[in-house]
Write a protein that binds this ligand. Structure first.
Ligand code: FES
Length: 375
């Protein structure tokens, strides 16, 4: 018998990472470093089974992500199945592999929303970061097509020390493209971004300037009656309290990776926890009773200083993946918290960002990933 408080939890948000294949090589990709060692991708029917089960459990929003989800040739079929099940669907894409006809097919299949990610506002930096000479032009073309086909235009710019000083040009580009929503999301340091953190983390001064410029633009846009919404996301490396990651472990968020591994967040695969696979267990069982999804539910797992902290309900001790990456202990208080005995690690990262040194980046590609597979 399931306890009532457990039964009331629903995986409202399903993230379907359809594939780890991607034509780009972004050095801040949140995919696991050893993605090249993942098992075979789920088939079309296996994905549809996952969507069906999650919908029966109350999932309402379905994100198609990757890698690059456009690599999957069955994407239109998956969108149609999701629409038939009643999901609100969102395609999170680089735009590479998209064209007007395919976009129209997605529209007809019932796709609600397309988010195109850019690396920078100018061709050279964008293509350098993407590791592709034709990425920028294609993205512009597809962003315009998104608008032409009547989707809301949602753009995502991942900002970091190489492009954050050009935030005004990024915003100007968004205005020119007539975007509706723009996420100016400072890199979150997971996966490849963590590996490249020293080369990517902006300084506090860079961040503050970018935020002030964004605020000026907001005021100008409002005065001009432009509905463009600018969402500025800061990295938690400059906070004193950690975020309530995923709104709590196994509370509303469910990720299924290309090979069917089910995770409570997109990064948990790196943790020393055995996570279940949708090929061998029902989603209901995975969500309700699997040890992986229950591991950090509640607060019984919390060590000090979280356990006796009067703010523990607000942040639940922060991000488990971040605690693991920074300390090697997934139970530790997230070092972002100034009460953490490991907070000096965050201070050291901030200090490192102040050094204006050029650093090599490890690009996210199959060849580099194989190196991480070997450990
Ligand atoms: Fe995994 Fe925060 S990203 S718990």
């Amino acid at each position: 018998m399931i306890k009532p408080e457990i039964a009331s939890r629903q995986p409202l948000w399903l993230l379907a990472e359809l594939t780890y294949k991607c034509p780009l090589q972004c050095p801040y990709c949140s995919n696991p470093l050893d993605f090249a060692g993942a098992g075979a991708e789920l088939t079309t029917q296996e994905w549809i089974d996952v969507f069906t089960q999650a919908r029966e459990m109350g999932a309402a929003q379905l994100g198609f992500s990757g890698g690059e989800p456009l690599v999957r040739q069955d994407l239109t079929e998956l969108i149609a199945a999701a629409r038939d099940l009643g999901y609100y669907t969102n395609l999170i894409t680089s735009g590479l592999g998209l064209n007007a006809e395919r976009m129209a097919d997605f529209r007809q299949a019932g796709l609600d929303h397309i988010q195109i990610s850019f690396q920078a506002s100018d061709e050279e930096v964008n293509n350098m970061l993407a590791g592709s000479a034709k990425a920028f032009e294609q993205k512009l073309k597809m962003a315009r097509e998104v608008k032409a086909q009547g989707y809301p235009m949602v753009l995502n710019f991942v900002t970091h020390r190489h492009n954050i000083d050009r935030i005004d040009r990024i915003i100007e580009l968004c205005i020119e493209l007539e975007a509706d929503y723009v996420e100016l999301a400072t890199c979150q340091y997971y996966g490849w971004a963590f590996e490249n953190r020293a080369a990517l983390l902006p300084t506090r001064a860079q961040l503050e300037k970018a935020e002030a410029i964004t605020q000026e633009y907001r005021q100008r846009l409002q005065a001009a009656g432009n509905p463009l919404k600018l969402i500025f996301v800061t990295p938690d490396y400059y906070e004193e309290r950690p975020k309530k990651c995923m709104n709590g472990w196994g509370e509303i968020f469910l990720t299924v990776t290309p090979d069917g591994t089910a995770l409570p967040c997109h990064s948990a695969r790196m943790l020393p926890i055995e996570f279940p696979n949708v090929k061998t267990m029902s989603l209901e069982e995975i969500w309700q009773t699997s040890p992986g999804f229950n591991y950090f539910r509640g607060d019984a797992w919390m060590p000090e200083p979280c356990r006796s902290c009067d703010e523990k309900e607000q942040d639940l001790g922060g991000c488990r993946c971040q605690a693991f990456m920074l300390t090697g202990d997934m139970h530790a208080t997230d070092p972002v918290c100034s009460k953490s005995p490991e907070h000096h690690r965050i201070l050291a990262a901030r200090q490192e960002a102040e050094l204006a040194e050029e650093r090599e980046m490890t690009y996210r590609n199959e060849r580099n990933s194989r190196i991480f597979c070997r450990g």
